[in-house]
Design a protein around this ligand. Structure first.
Ligand SMILES: Cc1ncc(COP(=O)(O)O)c(C=O)c1O
Length: 390
C-alpha cells in the first residue's frame, strides 16, 4: 500500500487538529493591527481569554510562542541575581529552568521523577533554607510526561511565602480548570494551538494586579525591550484608543482564529470541556492499559490532554512511522529523558472525542500487532467505550 495521500491527523500533543470554524474565520482579507474595528476584535478576544483563565486581571494576547511568554513572566518579576524556585518533572519544567537561568536568575530547582509530581513539603523545605526566594514557577500540564501538576496546592505556598507565582498552562489552557485569581497566579501562559484547537502564533497571558504594581515600582528593567511589561503597559494605556494596545505589529489572522476558538470553547461551557477532556483521557488510558502498555504518569496525576506511553528502547520511532505511513495518524516520540523510550498521543480540543480516539486506538493496536506485540484490539476498544458510556 502506498503512503496516505491526505495530510495526517494530528494526534500529537500540539499543534492539534484545528476546528473548521476557526479555519474559515481566517479566510478573509487581512485586518490591519490597529483601528476601531480591529481594536474591538482584540478586546473581545481578551475578554474571552480572561474567562477561560478565570481572571478579572489583565490579559494580553502575546504575539509569539509559549516559551517567549514564559520568558516574559520570569524576566519581569524576578531580577537578575534573584532567586526563583522552579518545579521540574519533565522536559518543559527543565526548559523553564533553562529560561530562568538564561535571564540571569539564580534557580533553585526542585525535581520529581518523570511521571510523578513534586511534593509540596519539598518546596516548603527549600523555602526554609532559602529565605530570599522571590518566585515560584511550574508547568501545569507537563506535555513530555502527561502529568498534571497540582498548581492549586503550589499556589497556596506561593501566597504564604509572598512569592510571584508563574504558571505555564500551555497544554492545559481550555481543557482543565485554571483559576488564575483564586489560585493566586501572577503570570499564567495559555496557548492557542493546543487544547483550543486554534492555530499557533499567539499565546494568551494573564497578569495579576500585584505583578503590575511591582513592575511600576521596580528599579530595574529586563534586558529585552519587547518582553518588558512596562513597555507593554505604556502601549496598553496610551494606544488603546487607537486599537493598538501593544508595542508591535501583531498577527491579526491568528488572533481572529483564537477569538473564534475561545467563543466555541465558552459556548461548549468550561465545566463541560473539563469533563469531556477528563473522560476521554481516562478512557484512552484504559485502552492503553488493555493493550498491555504502561502509562508514564501515575493515575492520580495523569493529564487530561496528553498520554505518554512507555515502550521498549527505540521502538517509538517504528510505532510513530507505522502509525503515520499506514494510517495517516501523526503521534509524537518521547522528550527529554524519555526520548526513544516512550511515545505521546494528544487528546485535546477537537481530538478529545471518540471520533479521533477510536481510530487511534484501533490503528495503534494494529501497529503493535505488526511489530510483534500480542494485543487484543477488541478489549482495548471495549475498555474505552466502558468509560465514555458512563
Ligand atoms: C508545557 C509546554 N510548555 C512550553 C511549550 C513550548 O511552547 P512553544 O513551542 O510555543 O514555545 C510547550 C510546547 O509543546 C509545552 O507543551
Amino acid at each position: 500500500m502506498g503512503k496516505p495521500i491526505h495530510r495526517p491527523i494530528l494526534m500529537i500533543p500540539g499543534p492539534t487538529e484545528v476546528l473548521p470554524e476557526v479555519l474559515s474565520s481566517m479566510s478573509m482579507p487581512l485586518y490591519p493591527h490597529y483601528g476601531k474595528e480591529w481594536g474591538e476584535i482584540y478586546e473581545e478576544t481578551v475578554k474571552f481569554a480572561g474567562q477561560v483563565f478565570n481572571t478579572n486581571g489583565t490579559v494580553i494576547i502575546f504575539p509569539g510562542p509559549g516559551s517567549a511568554a514564559i520568558e516574559m513572566g520570569i524576566s519581569n518579576l524576578i531580577a537578575p541575581g534573584e532567586k526563583i524556585i522552579v518545579i521540574s518533572n519533565g522536559f518543559f519544567g527543565e526548559r523553564m529552568v533553562e529560561i530562568a537561568r538564561h535571564v540571569g536568575c539564580r534557580v533553585v530547582e526542585v525535581e520529581a521523577e518523570y511521571g510523578e509530581v513534586v511534593h509540596p513539603q519539598n518546596i516548603e523545605e527549600l523555602l526554609k533554607m532559602h529565605k530570599d526566594v522571590k518566585g515560584l514557577a511550574v508547568v501545569h500540564n507537563e506535555t513530555s510526561t502527561g502529568v498534571l501538576n497540582p498548581i492549586k496546592m503550589y499556589g497556596k505556598i506561593a501566597k504564604e511565602y509572598n512569592l510571584f507565582y508563574i504558571v505555564d498552562a500551555i497544554s492545559s489552557y481550555g481543557a482543565t480548570e485554571i483559576q488564575v485569581d483564586d489560585w493566586g497566579i501572577d503570570f499564567c501562559v495559555g496557548y492557542a494551538g493546543k487544547a483550543l484547537s486554534s492555530v499557533p502564533g499567539v499565546s494568551p497571558v494573564a497578569i495579576s494586579p500585584e505583578a503590575f504594581r511591582y513592575i511600576e515600582k521596580r528599579a530595574w528593567k529586563p534586558s529585552s525591550w519587547f518582553l518588558d511589561l512596562s513597555v507593554w503597559k505604556y502601549y496598553m494605556d496610551e494606544w488603546k484608543t487607537i486599537g493598538h494596545p501593544y508595542p508591535t505589529t501583531v498577527p491579526t489572522h491568528s488572533i481572529v482564529a483564537l477569538r473564534e476558538a475561545l467563543k466555541i470553547a465558552l459556548t461548549e461551557g468550561l465545566e463541560n470541556r473539563y469533563r469531556r477532556h477528563e473522560v476521554m483521557a481516562s478512557a484512552f488510558r484504559k485502552a492503553i492499559k488493555a493493550l498491555k502498555l504502561e502509562v508514564v504518569a501515575t493515575e492520580e496525576h495523569a493529564s487530561p490532554t496528553v498520554t505518554a506511553v512507555k515502550c521498549a528502547e527505540n521502538t517509538s520511532s517504528r510505532i510513530a512511522r507505522t502509525m503515520l505511513e499506514k494510517f495517516g495518524i501523526m503521534i509524537s516520540g518521547g522528550l527529554g529523558k524519555l526520548t526513544g523510550k516512550s511515545f505521546r498521543i494528544g487528546h485535546m480540543g477537537l481530538t478529545a472525542t471518540p471520533r479521533y480516539l477510536v481510530y487511534t486506538i484501533s490503528a495503534l493496536a494494529n501497529t503493535l500487532s505488526n511489530l510483534g506485540y500480542t494485543v487484543d484490539q477488541e478489549k482495548a476498544l471495549e475498555e474505552f467505550y466502558k468509560v465514555i458510556e458512563v
